[in-house]
Structures are given as C-alpha cells and as structure tokens.
Ligand binder design. Sequence first.
Ligand code: COA
Length: 262
Amino acid sequence: MAYENILLAKEGRVATITINRPDKMNALNHQTLTELGHALDDVAQDDAVGALVITGSGDKAFVAGADISELLEVAGNDQGAAELAGFGQSVFRKLDQLGKPSVAMINGFALGGGCELALACTLRTASNKARLGLPEVSLGIIPGYGGSQRLARIAGPGVAREWILTGDMFGAEDAQRMGVINRVFAPEELAEGTQKLVQSMLSKGPIALRFGMEAVLRGWDMDQEQGEVMETEYFGKAALTQDMREGMAAFLEKRKANFTGK
Ligand code: COA
C-alpha cells in the first residue's frame, strides 16, 4: 500500500511509523487510521523487525487526536459513532498483538486519540515539552479508541478519572509521575534516548520479550492467583527455548548473549 498520511521506515531491526499530517497536528482521520493498520500488519509480519517506534511529524504534535471535522459527521448517529470507535479500537489493538515491543515517542501534543495511540504502545517516551491529555469531554464525548480502559489499567482508575473528567492537559513530567510516561528527555535528546531504550530491549531474547508482554497484558483482567497460573505457563514455555540456554550460558561464561529467537 502506498502511504499518504504516514511514513514507514525500517533501519536495522527497528521500524518507525511517523504520523505525517503536520498541518493538521497529525490528527487521525479515517485514511490515516487505515494506513496505520496496514503498516502495523507489515511490521507484525516482518521477522527482520524486532521493535517499533511510533511518532509524529514536525516538532509540535505527536498526534492531536481524532480528526474533529470527521468526528462531526457521526453526530446524531450512534451506530456510526460505534462503528468509528470499533474501527479505531481494532487498529490500536494491533499494537497489543504485534508480538514485539512498541514505543510511542511523544514529541509534542498527544491529545485524545493521539494519547490513546500512545497508551496502546508497550512503552512511552516523551520530550519534556510534550503535553498529554484526553480532552474529549470538552467536545461532549469520551475517549473511544480504548483510552478509558488502557489509562485505567496503566496508571490506575484515579488517574484515568482525573484525565477523562477534567480534559486537562498534563506536562510530560507530571504524566511520568502518574505512571503514564516511562521516560522523559530534553527535546534534542528524545530520539537518541528512545533508541537506547529500544536497543536495550532488542539485546534481550525476543521470545522472552513477547512472553513478558503477553503475561502483563493477559494478566490485566486476572486476579493474582489466576495470573500466577498463566505466568507459570509462560515460564515453562520459556524454559524450552534455546534462548534460555544461551542466556544462562552467556552469563556464566561472562560474555554477551547471542539470542536467536528459538
Ligand atoms: N482534528 C482536526 N484538526 C485538528 C486537530 C484535530 N484533532 N487538532 C488540530 N487540528 C488542526 C487545526 O484545526 C488547524 O487547522 P487549520 O490550520 O486548517 O485551521 C491545525 O491543525 C493547527 O492547529 P491549531 O489549533 O491552529 O494549533 P495550536 O498550536 O493553536 O493548538 C492544539 C494546538 C493541539 C492545542 C489544538 O489544535 C487543539 O486543541 N486540537 C484539538 C485537540 C483535541 O481536542 N483532540 C481530541 C479530539 S477527540
């Protein structure tokens, strides 16, 4: 698929998707979401790619939300609104199913659907100039692309209520304090800091990364006991991998592990 509203680049084992509508603050219209869905399928299927970074074009916005002019088209049409939400949710869910870590590199405004996109990534880095929030209530709606569920699970229901009910914007450092952002950098250090984080994950066993992500994700809806049963299954499966033997041998031989993903 030829992309008009996003850029997909691959360098080494890292793919980068850049939402590329800077004149519209990278707002997510239907076409952009469609292109994002295709790019996520591409990244999921490409065995040469071990991790994904998602960012926004320009220095102002990561993504300033769903495209408000398109949102207006579903006013007065609950079915249309449900379809739109379902579509956005299905695209963002691909990040849960990617099988490799994704990092939202938040270079500016991450609002509404943009904040929800960042929340759907495995981890989030941000420039200390970035501003995040869920301003949907200011438009008479609520988050519709999974954000109310993901924010409550990532940062707890207290933070989710504050963000969703006030519609306020939060600076990156406040968002980090609340557990929403993992790492904050000066704007000129954001790309390098994000790459270091990604490369640190890529130096680990890819099966262990996938099992770790799945264990946390699946455990969100389980109680401790059920979660431990599920964790034991992954632990047992990890023990059958060559990567486990390699990781332990490398430690004992005081050398760097050479993981093969087998
Ligand atoms: N949907 C559609 N267009 C958007 C948009 C969105 N979510 N966010 C920004 N834009 C457009 C603006 O309409 C403007 O277009 P124009 O130049 O054709 O008029 C352009 O992007 C630049 O935005 P502007 O508002 O002029 O920039 P700013 O620096 O003054 O403010 C924001 C930046 C992000 C604070 C402001 O654009 C904003 O509040 N956006 C909406 C955020 C929002 O409510 N998102 C949730 C949607 S569910």
